[in-house]
Design a binder for this molecule. Structure first.
Ligand SMILES: Cc1cc2nc3c(=O)[nH]c(=O)nc-3n(C[C@H](O)[C@H](O)[C@H](O)COP(=O)(O)OP(=O)(O)OC[C@H]3O[C@@H](n4cnc5c(N)ncnc54)[C@H](O)[C@@H]3O)c2cc1C
Length: 374
């Protein structure tokens, strides 16, 4: 009989990345522990914008676009599994999404970026449309005259990200996973065939581990021989009061939730571990929202928040199995909502099998060493 602190595999971090992987691993029949620091931790998973977004992802690494597209295509399957396992509808909608531009210069830069992106060798093509004001106004009634144009791709969508986090945890439990909150892992060591994870007053023994602890990975990953120099990047969001449904597509910085509220986002700031909101940024977000939809001038702001993204040096995910300590895996990314389907349905089975497939080799942290040396 195994002790209660022994598992086939321990996932460190119960956010969207650890939750999605843990759910996939538990579904495969393994005895899995999900160890999470708790409510005091920094958690991007509780403060994000909820987009399942392909548009614009992958400039500089075409395979990241392909991975993102794969996840977007498999998202309906994940949503159906979560409905069956957790009895939660995560409110997935994938009607395509728009990125709106408020000046000719913005539009020009946007089109240049997407043109360069889709011209990259190795990219699974995804067509994007460029629309002028008149074409946009037909598809998104109510846009302001300062919206000069925008881009559209049909793969984009959104979900309720809090319901998603909850559903992943419920699905994990349904398949026999053991969730241990308030369990901060201080150190990881190899002892023969097993990993020893040290928490306060407790040691867990496992055959494999997955480090999915968001910003905590920077400290834990080197202990298993992986370099994961992730940093915080702050994003601020405004939440507007509930209004009658008028927006049927997510926009890159504005969307109407399944509950009727409007989310206006989201800044990208280098502010270290400071996760407080500031009026200057919020005012800029509000100004753009009102210029995009003048009717929002009369809609009240209910609340605001800031949260910290988990950013790698080049912005792309890191997936790696340690060469020094095989059986220790690392997963981190800054689009954990979008990639949840890929994490549950593609990455978790690879980890269960003990090998990351060739599709994921370009995401090794070794690319960061090469860049540094160059
Ligand atoms: C403002 C904002 C907007 C965003 N918008 C989107 C979006 O629209 N679409 C999208 O796809 N993504 C979006 N993201 C990104 C997305 O939220 C993140 O990619 C995702 O939440 C990362 O999940 P994670 O599990 O890696 O990290 P986190 O959510 O930060 O979770 C890490 C977990 O690890 C635990 N932990 C840390 N250290 C330890 C330790 N030592 N021991 C045990 N547990 C530990 C913590 O308790 C925490 O629960 C956004 C992020 C922000 C901040």
């Amino acid at each position: 009989m195994t002790s209660p602190d022994e598992f086939d595999i321990a996932v460190v971090g119960g956010g969207l990345v650890g939750g999605a992987i843990g759910y996939g691993l538990a579904k495969s029949g393994l005895h899995v522990a999900l160890l999470d620091e708790g409510d005091i931790a920094y958690r991007a998973s509780r403060g994000n914008f909820g987009l399942v977004w392909v548009q614009g992802k992958g400039l500089g690494l075409a395979l990241y676009s392909n991975w993102t597209q794969l996840s977007a295509r498999r998202w309906p399957e994940l949503a159906a599994l979560l409905r069956a396992d957790a009895n939660i509808d995560v409110a997935l909608e994938q009607p395509g999404g728009f990125h709106l531009c408020l000046s000719e210069r913005e539009l020009e830069q946007r089109v240049q970026t997407l043109t360069r992106l889709v011209a990259q060798p190795g990219l699974e093509q995804y067509p994007f449309e460029v629309l002028d004001h008149a074409a946009l106004a037909e598809r998104i009634p109510g846009i302001g005259s300062t919206v000069v144009g925008g881009t559209y791709t049909r793969l984009d969508g959104h979900v309720n990200a809090l319901k998603l986090l909850r559903a992943l945890h419920m699905g994990f439990l349904k398949h026999g996973g053991v969730y241990l909150p308030n369990t901060r892992i201080e150190s990881v060591q190899r002892n023969g065939e097993r990993f020893m994870l040290e928490a306060k007053n407790k040691t867990f023994r496992t055959t494999k581990i997955v480090l999915a602890s968001g910003l905590g990975n920077a400290q834990l990953a080197p202990q298993v021989g992986i370099n994961a120099p992730v940093r915080p990047q702050r994003g601020q969001i405004l939440v507007l009061e509930r209004v009658r449904r008028f927006l049927h597509h997510p926009l890159a910085t504005l969307r109407q939730t399944d509950e009727g509220t409007l989310l206006v986002g989201d800044s990208q700031e280098e502010a270290g571990f400071n996760d407080s909101v500031g009026m200057a940024i919020l005012a800029t977000l509000a100004d753009r929202a009102v210029r995009t939809f003048p009717a929002l001038r009369d809609v009240r702001v209910n609340r605001t928040w800031a949260a910290l993204r988990v950013m790698s040096p080049d912005g792309f995910p890191i997936y790696e199995q340690s060469r020094a300590q095989p059986g220790a895996f690392l997963a981190t990314c800054h689009s954990g909502v979008t990639l949840a389907a890929a994490h549950t349905l593609e990455l978790a089975p690879m980890i269960a099998a003990g090998e990351l497939g060739s599709r994921l080799h370009p995401f090794s942290a070794e690319r960061l060493h090469v860049q540094k040396a160059a």
